[in-house]
Each structure stands twice: as structure tokens, then as C-alpha cells.
Design a protein. Structure first.
Length: 168
């Protein structure tokens, strides 16, 4: 599992309170932004900085998520997982269930299709997090299962049960 390091998109250390995650839950989100213009790695990294600026603008201390998943577009043939806060920082993405848990947001907006490559990347990320003990097998939820929201969208929410079946 290759996770693009945070240092590829920002020199700034991750914000948020330090945490040691063991046996937590992975929450799945969508960014409500499109990856269609993220056709190269530099454009994806620019999008990461834009997401962080958006979150800082609403009072968060960093980008809210542990990881971001980019669907393939343009010259990019495979989905990519990028470290946002990472596992060592408390996310700010699901009210009431941040501490001890992780989150991954897919760069997807309403009406966009969740492609097979992104499903594979999310499956690999889930397996990786189970193997390293960060999450328990079966401990994957859509954001709407914690808070009243449309997130992560219907199509991504329908994929969550598959992620719950992933084992190390």
C-alpha cells in the first residue's frame, strides 16, 4: 500500500491533537469537490492545499481528514491515497467520534461515479489499517452513520458494507 506522504503537498506539520490509534473505526467521507481537474500529481497536491485552506477558513486547525483518496483522471491511471493528518493526529471530520478513530475522504461530488480503481484503493487502505492495528476488522462507517448528513453520498455509502468485510 503506497500512501503519498504529507510532505509531498505541504511542508507544514499536521495539526490536531496527537493520538495513538489502536482498534478504532475508519469513517468514510466525500469532499463534495471534483477530481476531474486533478489530472496530474501536482494538480492533486494543489487540490490538497486548497482543501486545507478551506478547512482552515472555517476554523479547523488543519485539513479535517486522516487521508484523502483521489480517483484517477487524465494522466493518472490509478486512484491515489494521500496522507492528510495521518493516523497520529485526531481528525476533525465526524463530530462526537474523532478521538481514537480515522477518516478518509474521497474527492467526489454529488453525481460523480465511484470508479473501480478508487474502490480498490479504499479496500487496500482499509486492509492496511487493519494490519497495523489502527482499526478493527469490520469497523468502517459512512459519515452519515455518525452524524446527520448526506456525506458520503449514496454511491459511496453503498460501498461501505464491502469495506466492513475486509480482513487483514
Amino acid at each position: 500500500m503506497i500512501i503519498i506522504p504529507r510532505s509531498d503537498w505541504t511542508p507544514t506539520p499536521a495539526g490536531g491533537v496527537h493520538q495513538r490509534v489502536h482498534g478504532g473505526t475508519l469513517f468514510i467521507h466525500w469532499t463534495v469537490t471534483s477530481a476531474k481537474n486533478c489530472t496530474t500529481k501536482p494538480k492533486q497536491m494543489k487540490h490538497m492545499r486548497e482543501l486545507r485552506a478551506l478547512h482552515l477558513g472555517v476554523g479547523d486547525d488543519d485539513i479535517a481528514y486522516s487521508f484523502i483518496a483521489f480517483p484517477p483522471h487524465g494522466n493518472i491511471e490509478r486512484a491515489r491515497i494521500v496522507r492528510a493528518r495521518g493516523i497520529a493526529r485526531v481528525p476533525a471530520s465526524q463530530q462526537g467520534a474523532n478521538t481514537g478513530n480515522l477518516s478518509c475522504a474521497v474527492v467526489l461530488k454529488p453525481g460523480e461515479h465511484l470508479d473501480q480503481a478508487t474502490k480498490i484503493a479504499l479496500t487496500k487502505l482499509t486492509r492496511h489499517l487493519i494490519k497495523n492495528g489502527s482499526i478493527k476488522p469490520g469497523a468502517v462507517k459512512g459519515h452519515r452513520q455518525q452524524n446527520s448528513t448526506e456525506c458520503p453520498g449514496d454511491e459511496l455509502q453503498r460501498f461501505v458494507p464491502h469495506l466492513r468485510k475486509v480482513r487483514a
